[in-house]
Design a protein. Structure first.
Length: 376
């Protein structure tokens, strides 16, 4: 197997597109190894965080035995961690015959399963995690040929970059846990995308829309509109929103697009920029866009202040006032219900009208009645 294919396999495994068994097995075949192992250790506790295997020695029995009984007494791990990051720990030089003879790890696990000399190295250190690579020869084979060290260093570099990408992806998905909590309860479809249309999250309602494929579809992790003209409009909106420089006095940009279903019926898409400095990172560390779909033909449910605020960039207090206006309350009734001063409520109403771009309360109510809502 050629080197680019081997390296590509390591990146694919780190991204979760394949298991570690296949690319590490290919690497073991290429270098005539008994086992190739990757793993991560918590440097604070010494706990094994994850491990992956490939090669003839990667039997289910050996793998399970290692994780259950022998990873905690593996003398190779502390030896690797003690080595400089640009060097290799060669077990035949580090552990002499007397050490091997008295090592439970070697005598009870490694040698009985067929393992021998190893070349190991640190490939990445991040957030108190050490990622390591181990290349193990069979018990009756000589140590790795030093002439292969340049190739091994090349693999170590790429594996480190692959693990760096894996950490980034895991961080990104962990950051979106709050987004799932915030967007999950809404009955209207909500999608979180980046400037390149990468689809980071969809709530249950949006998942149904994607499954139908009449407005959107997901293609290679990207959000694609069914109609070309809708696709172009969404592209322009995302670029404009994500690239706009935020201001402390001017709310983030928002656009309303008219998309179309398979039958040509319009569907409104409220597209808003979500900036980490303005959302406390709840939607990730990069600028993303929230797309809220609303079908005007659907029945109206109870308006939710969160959606109203998102659509018009209102404060929570302004959104609560707007929702009560839509429900038929006047300023005095809102003040009485909320305990707020009447002038404060009137100020909120005026600001809501300004942000909604209307001059009369009747026009404001008409706009509010066509916004997305949240299920009870």
């Amino acid at each position: 197997m050629d080197v680019p294919t081997l390296i590509s396999g390591l990146y694919a495994a780190a991204h979760g597109r394949t298991t570690w068994h296949a690319p590490l097995g290919d690497l073991a075949t290429c270098l005539d190894l008994w086992l190739v192992q990757v793993g991560a250790v918590d440097t604070r506790s010494g706990a094994l965080l994850f491990t992956g295997y490939g090669g003839p020695g990667a039997t289910p029995e050996a793998s399970l035995d290692y994780v259950r009984f022998y990873n905690t007494i593996d003398p190779r791990i502390p030896a690797i961690l003690a080595m400089p990051s640009d060097d290799w720990m060669l077990s035949d030089r580090h552990h002499d015959a007397a050490f091997v003879q008295n090592s439970r790890f070697h005598q009870e696990f490694l040698i009985p399963h067929g393992g021998g000399a190893m070349a190991g190295a640190k490939v990445l250190e991040v957030d108190d995690m050490q990622f390591m690579l181990a290349m193990v020869r069979s018990h009756d084979a000589p140590p790795l040929d030093p002439l292969k060290l340049p190739f091994m260093n090349q693999l170590k570099h790429h594996l480190g970059e692959a693990f760096r990408n894996m950490v980034h992806l895991r961080r990104a998905h962990a950051e979106l846990d709050m987004a799932k909590e915030l967007l999950g309860p809404f009955e209207h479809p909500m999608l979180l995308v980046d400037e390149a249309r990468g689809l980071w999250h969809r709530n249950a309602a949006a998942a149904k829309v994607l499954a139908r494929g009449d407005i959107f579809k997901e293609q290679a992790g990207c959000l694609i509109c069914r109609r070309k003209e809708d696709n172009d409009a969404l592209t322009q909106a995302l670029h404009a929103l994500v690239r706009t420089t935020p201001s402390t006095s001017v709310p983030p940009a928002r656009q309303v697009l008219r998309l179309h279903g398979a039958d040509g019926a319009p569907c409104l898409a409220f597209v808003s920029a979500l900036r980490p400095e303005q959302t406390m990172g709840a939607f990730g560390r990069a600028v993303r866009a929230l797309i809220v779909l609303h079908d005007p033909a659907q029945r109206r449910a109870a308006l939710d202040p969160f959606i109203v605020a998102e659509c018009f960039h209102l404060t929570p207090a302004e959104a609560r006032v707007a929702v009560q206006l839509a429900d038929g309350a006047n300023a005095k009734e809102i003040a009485r219900r909320s305990g707020a001063a009447l002038p404060t409520v009137r100020t909120h109403i005026q600001r809501v009208m300004e942000k909604a771009g209307v001059n009369r309360q009747s026009d404001l109510i008409l706009r509010l009645l066509h916004l997305p809502a949240r299920s009870e």
